[in-house]
Design a binder for this molecule. Structure first.
Ligand code: PLP
Length: 282
């Protein structure tokens, strides 16, 4: 199995990660997860742009251009014979003696990427999944795709312990997003999703969703909604790179509408699949 380490492709078993890598010690870095369908990157450009933006917002300068990263990723896909799966990429502030202060400017960021085979969650996308609501206890820069994911992990674990798939976070009753997905509702024929502020990660899947909705005459508005509004909605669904578009049929043990995936959600799933075909030629 091959991986990318600091600009070149090497064997995973050859990799040496230092115990004083700031990613390891502080979560001092940012990451991306990109879907690969049919051996091609889906929305690769958008993910790499967001990686650069996340890195810039914590003052890490990525020493590679988008096209350099893209070429490396394509080479990695080929070397690992990846057809359907994901690529995980992360960049940290590099290796330096442990200190809260940033290291000196000559310390190079550490960049790694690896692949994993992963099917689309077809059964869950067809049947829908259940969720719980939890208080959003994260910091105020959720727009940065930071390695620091403790609150997200705690939320996801709590969902799993309640027998549910996802935890829907809210700040004093205003729904923000899932632990690793964005959330939207459908009410009165309109789709609503939280605006792309500092309180959520502006998902690439969310952005595709906005685009395909508008192009197909579906009304979608970027407006926060309450937990109450969500429980009363006609449809609720998640969006995310690994989750794709996933109906939520029950929240906090309460059925959403009749407890079946809704028509708008199904239509969006179909439009999303068309988009994948268009880009990755599936
Ligand atoms: N929100 C959070 C907190 C996430 O971690 C993710 C993705 O992992 C998303 C939303 C969805 O983003 P994307 O569609 O870019 O995968």
């Amino acid at each position: 199995e091959k991986v990318i380490f600091n600009g070149s492709i090497t064997e995973r078993s050859q990799l040496n990660i230092d115990i004083e890598d700031r990613g390891y010690q502080f979560g001092d870095g940012v990451y991306e997860v990109i879907r690969v369908y049919n051996g091609s990157l889906f929305t690769g450009e958008e993910h790499l742009q967001r990686l650069i933006k996340s890195a810039e917002s914590i003052q890490i300068k990525i020493p590679y251009s988008i096209s350099e990263m893209k070429n490396l990723l394509l080479k990695l896909i080929e070397e690992n014979n990846l057809y359907l799966g994901i690529i995980y990429l992360q960049i940290t502030r590099g290796v330096s003696q442990r200190n809260h202060l940033f290291p000196s400017a000559d310390v190079e960021p550490s960049f790694v990427a690896y692949t994993r085979e992963l099917q689309s969650p077809t059964e869950a996308m067809e049947k829908g999944v259940t969720a719980i609501t939890v208080e959003d206890i994260r910091w105020l820069r959720c727009d940065i795709k930071s390695l620091n994911l403790l609150p997200n992990l705690l939320a996801k674990q709590k969902a799993s312990e309640a027998g549910c798939f996802e935890a829907l976070q809210h700040r004093s009753g205003a729904v923000t997003e899932g632990s690793s997905s964005n959330v939207s509702i459908v009410a009165d024929g309109k789709i609503k999703t939280h605006p792309a502020t500092n309180l959520i990660l502006n998902g690439i899947t969310r952005q595709v969703l906005l685009d395909i909705s508008r192009k197909n005459g579906l009304e979608i508005i970027e407006e926060a909604f309450s937990v109450e509004e969500m429980l009363q909605a006609d449809e609720v669904f998640l969006s995310g790179t690994t989750t794709e578009i996933m109906p939520i049929i029950e929240i906090d043990k309460q059925k959403i509408a009749n407890g079946q995936p809704g028509l708008v959600t199904k239509q969006l799933q179909a439009l999303f699949n068309e988009k994948i075909k268009e880009q990755c030629g599936l």
